[in-house]
Ligand binder design. Structure first.
Ligand SMILES: Cc1cc2nc3c(=O)[nH]c(=O)nc-3n(C[C@H](O)[C@H](O)[C@H](O)COP(=O)(O)O)c2cc1C
Length: 160
């Protein structure tokens, strides 16, 4: 059986993390950018990983909808959940709790924060202004590739 990585990305960082995760997991992994137009055949997968990024304190609406609308199917699968952002605050678990449904969180085999990037080249003017205003530039954000690898290992061990 296969693994699906369902993700949403605004500026490309979550997609990059999803690709790295796909590499770390090895064979039998499909990536799916969450979209209303293309529906997923959950029958094909025994593991579903969901990821999105935080903008103004919230995960993409598409990710929330995907979790809500497919909750019944998702609860029958092995689940992994991750987020990308630059400032998760003191407690990354609290941030995960604030963006994913409780039922899915307690069902998940792996939950993680993968870091983030500020991709100024892809930002529009409003996004640049909003990012600067929040003084996020004091820390140089980066993707945490170690965290992606240990997430993959966690899922593989629990699935073994
Ligand atoms: C307009 C804007 C708002 C953001 N708001 C937050 C935020 O509230 N908290 C945070 O930690 N990071 C925030 N970020 C940083 C993003 O989460 C980070 O750039 C992430 O890597 C983006 O992933 P993506 O390219 O997949 O969308 C924000 C970025 C932008 C451009």
């Amino acid at each position: 059986m296969k693994t699906l990585i369902a993700y949403s990305t605004t500026l490309g960082c979550t997609e990059q993390c999803a690709s790295r995760l796909k590499e770390d997991l090895g064979e039998g992994v499909d990536m799916y950018r969450i979209s209303r137009r293309r529906k997923i055949n959950f029958e094909l997968y025994d593991t579903v990983i969901i990821g999105g990024s935080i903008h103004e304190g919230m995960i993409q609406r598409a990710v929330r909808k995907f979790c809500e609308e497919n909750l019944k199917d998702l609860l029958k699968k092995e689940i992994g959940l991750f987020i990308c952002c630059v400032d998760p605050g003191e407690n990354e678990d609290e941030l995960l709790k604030s963006v994913y449904p409780d039922e899915l969180l307690s069902h998940a085999l792996a939950k993680s924060y993968f870091g983030g990037e500020l991709n100024f080249k892809k930002m529009n003017l409003m996004q640049k202004i909003m990012t600067r205003k929040k003084e996020r530039l004091e820390v140089m954000p980066e993707i945490d590739f170690d965290s992606i690898l240990s997430f993959a290992e966690q899922l593989q061990q629990k699935n073994a």
